[in-house]
Design a protein around this ligand. Structure first.
Ligand code: AMP
Ligand code: ZN
Ligand code: FE
Ligand code: FE
Length: 286
C-alpha cells in the first residue's frame, strides 16, 4: 500500500487540475491520495468524479481533505484536515473567511512587489490562480514570468515573499486550537502539517503542540521534504509521547515544487487509525 496524505491541485496553488492529480496518483502507483488544498474543498467534486471514471481494475482511494492556514503566537502553521463534513457550517464559514482574505492580501503583496520594482500585476496573478484559492505561489509564478526570479522557490526569500519578507503581507489565519475544534466538530481528523519546516520561518513551540494534542489534534506529519533526518526522529519521539499518529506525505504541488507524488508515504496502520477517527466523510474509492 502506498499512501500519500497531502497533495494540492489548482483549486489552490498546485498546477494539476483535480482530475489530473488523480491521474498522476495512479501513474505514481499510489493506492491512496489525499486532496488537501489550502482552505478550500473546491477540488473535491472533480477529483471524486475522476476516481469514479477510472477504468476497471485501476484502484485508487481519494481522501477528501484540506490544509488550513493557522497562526499562533505570530507563527504561521498549517493544519491538515481529513474526512470532515464539508457542509458543516461553522468550519465552512471559517474556510471562506480565510479564502476571502487571500484576495485582499494577494493584491497588497502585488502592490509591494511593484513598489520594489517587479513588473507584475494583480490581473496577471488572478489569471495564474484561475479559480484557485490565491496564494504566494501564484505571485511567485508571476515573478518568474516577469523574469524577477528564476523559480517559484527563489521567490520565497526575505527579498520577496518569505514569511516576514519585504513583500510579504499577512492574511487572516485561524487559531489552531479553534481549528482543531472546528475540524473535530465537523467529524474530521486534524494533523499538524510539516511542524518542523524551519526553512519557512519560525516553527511552533512544543508546548503548543502538546496543547493541541490535548485539544484533539490527531497526528503529526513527520516524513516531509522540509524535515531533515534529525527533525523527523525528534518529531517521531514527540508524537509517541503525545499519543499522536505519525504521517508522511509529499505535499505535491505539480510543477510549482520539485517534490514528486508519493515521495513520502504513510504507514497503512496509521491510515487505518486515521479512518477510525473520522466520521464527517468517507474515502472515495473506485
Ligand atoms: P500562502 O498560503 O499564500 O501563505 O503561501 C504558502 C505556500 O507557499 C505554502 O503552502 C507553500 O506551498 C509555498 N511555500 C512556502 N515556502 C516556500 C518555499 N520556501 N519554497 C517554495 N514554496 C514555498
Ligand atoms: Zn501550497
Ligand atoms: Fe503547508
Ligand atoms: Fe501543502
Amino acid at each position: 500500500m502506498r499512501i500519500d496524505l497531502h497533495a494540492h491541485s489548482n483549486a489552490s496553488d498546485g498546477t494539476d487540475s483535480p482530475a489530473e492529480l488523480v491521474a498522476a496518483a495512479v501513474a505514481a502507483g499510489l493506492d491512496v491520495v489525499a486532496l488537501t488544498d489550502h482552505d478550500t474543498v473546491a477540488g473535491h467534486a472533480e477529483a471524486a468524479g475522476a476516481v469514479h471514471a477510472l477504468p476497471e481494475g485501476t484502484r485508487l482511494t481519494l481522501v477528501p481533505g484540506a490544509e488550513l492556514s493557522c497562526v499562533v503566537g505570530g507563527v504561521s502553521m498549517h493544519l491538515l484536515a481529513y474526512l470532515f463534513d464539508p457542509e458543516e457550517p461553522e468550519f465552512a464559514r471559517e474556510r471562506e473567511l480565510v479564502r476571502n482574505d487571500r484576495f485582499r492580501r494577494g493584491e497588497a503583496i502585488v502592490e509591494r512587489c511593484r513598489a520594489l520594482g517587479a513588473d507584475i500585476t494583480w490581473e496577471q496573478v488572478r489569471r495564474i490562480a484561475g479559480a484557485g484559492s490565491v496564494g504566494r505561489p501564484h505571485i511567485a509564478s508571476a515573478l518568474v514570468e516577469a523574469g524577477v526570479v528564476a523559480t517559484v522557490s527563489d521567490a520565497f526569500t526575505d527579498e520577496w515573499l518569505a514569511n516576514g519578507g519585504r513583500a510579504d503581507v499577512r492574511k487572516h489565519e485561524t487559531d489552531p486550537l479553534e481549528a482543531v475544534r472546528l475540524v473535530r466538530a465537523a467529524g474530521g481528523v486534524p494533523v499538524f502539517a510539516h511542524p518542523g519546516a524551519v526553512k519557512r520561518g519560525r516553527t511552533v513551540p512544543e508546548q503548543v503542540i502538546a496543547d493541541l494534542a490535548a485539544a484533539g489534534l490527531g497526528g503529526l506529519e513527520v516524513d516531509h521534504t522540509d524535515h531533515d533526518e534529525e527533525t523527523r526522529a525528534h518529531l517521531r519521539g514527540l508524537a509517541g509521547e503525545l499519543g499522536l499518529l505519525v504521517t508522511g506525505s509529499s505535499d505535491y504541488h505539480g510543477g510549482r515544487k520539485v517534490v514528486r507524488l508519493g515521495e513520502h508515504t504513510t504507514h497503512p496502520e496509521v491510515y487505518e487509525a486515521l479512518l477510525a477517527q473520522a466520521s464527517g466523510a468517507k474515502p472515495i474509492g473506485k
